[in-house]
Each structure stands twice: as structure tokens, then as C-alpha cells.
Design a protein. Structure first.
Length: 230
């Protein structure tokens, strides 16, 4: 019965959860944009202690590896790796979009596909399409939204769109009867990261602690400041 601490800081806010054998024992979801990452260490400590455990009792630490916010992913992965090094515990990386899709299991007919979308600025999103076994129908990619986005899949299957990137799709696709938009906000959550992490733990699917990095999907772009002309 593995005890797994999970972290998701992929987008807005941060989320932590504690699972034992896939059963949720405790969790916190903080959606405050500016202060959430700074609260992460406190939330991790509290979620473990409030469930009646110590950090040393953990069997593994899981983290949502992306795609998502560069800063949020970097903080989450650094924190998870630090815990694993300090506690000598294995690290489990879980795809953010897969964990988002897992939140909707059981809420829609088996014929429906799931398309979690994360806002990537302008008209771009990070997204993937899954069936209800959480198998990829379309792999994770950065995509510019237009009227033809997902047209090939929408011809044959209803697709449920959700996540903070879905707002970019809705004006373009909402007239298609196979395009379904979740009426409430769906954010990445450590609650489903922990469920998926338990399966990875059982299969001994662990990350290389030294080499593991966030899945940014796109390279972080920086610019060189221009020198002032004399």
C-alpha cells in the first residue's frame, strides 16, 4: 500500500495530495496566481502531517512534469527532486495532460474523447486527445487554434474540451455538434496525479532522479537586451 505525495504546479496555482493505495487521504488546491508557488513547501508539509504521517513515511514522490508554465514546472520538479534526494525516495513523473483527462473519467459516454488544453499565450495551446482508457488519440503538441483545429477527429467522435486553453477553442468550434465544452473550470490537480502515480509505482516506473527535467514542450525563449546607443 504505497504512500505517495503528489505535486502539480503546471499552471495557475498549485496542488498537493497524499494517496495511499490510490485512496485520497488529504489534498490542498491553491489557485492564487502570485503566491501559490511560494506556499508549496508549506502545503506539502501540512498535507502529510494532517493525514497523520511524517515525510519519512513516504514511499515515493510524484510530480506533474508538464507541459505547462515554465516557472511553475521548474519549481514543482525542483521541490520534488529535493524531497527525493533528502528522503532517499523514488521520483515518479506524470504527464500533466493525462492527469487532467483522468479527472473526467466516468462523467461522459465511452464514445467521447477528452482534449485537455493549457493556455500557451496568444492563440496557441498545449493539448492532446485521449480515449477513455487514457490512450493517446493525438499526441501532445503545441497548436495554433483556428476553425480547422481537430476537424479530422470531430467528424467521427464527440470531443470534450476543457482546461484554461479551451476558451480559445470555443468561439471557433462551438457550432460543431461534436465539440463539447465543460461548463466549469478544470485545472491540473495532484489528486489525479497521485492515482496515476500509484499505478506507476506498482510497475516500478521511476524517473532518473539526476537527469529528470520538466516537459516544457517548447524551448524557453529569451531575448538579449539592446545596448543603449551613445
Amino acid at each position: 500500500m504505497p504512500l505517495i505525495l503528489s505535486i502539480d504546479n503546471s499552471t495557475r496555482g498549485c496542488s498537493v495530495a497524499l494517496h495511499q493505495n490510490q485512496e485520497l487521504l488529504a489534498n490542498y488546491d491553491l489557485l492564487t496566481d502570485k503566491s501559490s508557488s511560494g506556499m508549496l513547501t508549506t502545503l506539502l508539509k501540512n498535507v502529510v502531517e494532517h493525514a497523520g504521517f511524517n515525510l519519512a513515511d513516504l514511499d515515493a514522490v510524484a510530480v506533474a512534469k508538464g507541459p505547462g508554465s515554465y516557472t511553475g514546472l521548474r519549481i514543482a520538479v525542483s521541490t520534488a527532486k529535493g524531497l527525493c534526494f533528502a528522503l532517499d525516495k523514488p521520483l515518479i513523473g506524470i504527464d500533466t495532460l493525462t492527469a487532467m483527462a483522468a479527472q473526467l473519467l466516468g462523467f461522459y459516454p465511452k464514445t467521447h474523447l477528452f482534449c485537455p488544453l493549457i493556455d500557451a499565450r496568444r492563440m496557441e495551446v498545449y493539448g492532446a486527445v485521449f480515449d477513455q482508457n487514457l490512450h493517446y488519440v493525438r499526441p501532445t503538441a503545441a497548436q495554433i487554434m483556428d476553425e480547422n483545429a481537430f476537424a479530422d477527429l470531430l467528424k467521427n467522435s464527440p470531443i470534450v474540451f476543457f482546461g484554461d486553453g479551451a476558451a480559445k477553442c470555443k468561439p471557433l468550434l462551438e457550432t460543431n455538434p461534436n465539440a463539447i465544452f465543460v461548463p466549469t473550470s478544470v485545472y491540473p490537480s495532484a489528486k489525479t496525479v497521485g492515482v496515476l502515480a500509484t499505478k506507476s509505482f506498482e510497475n516500478q516506473h521511476f524517473e532518473d532522479l539526476e537527469a529528470f527535467e520538466p516537459y516544457y514542450l517548447k524551448e524557453f525563449m529569451t531575448s538579449t537586451p539592446r545596448k543603449n546607443k551613445v
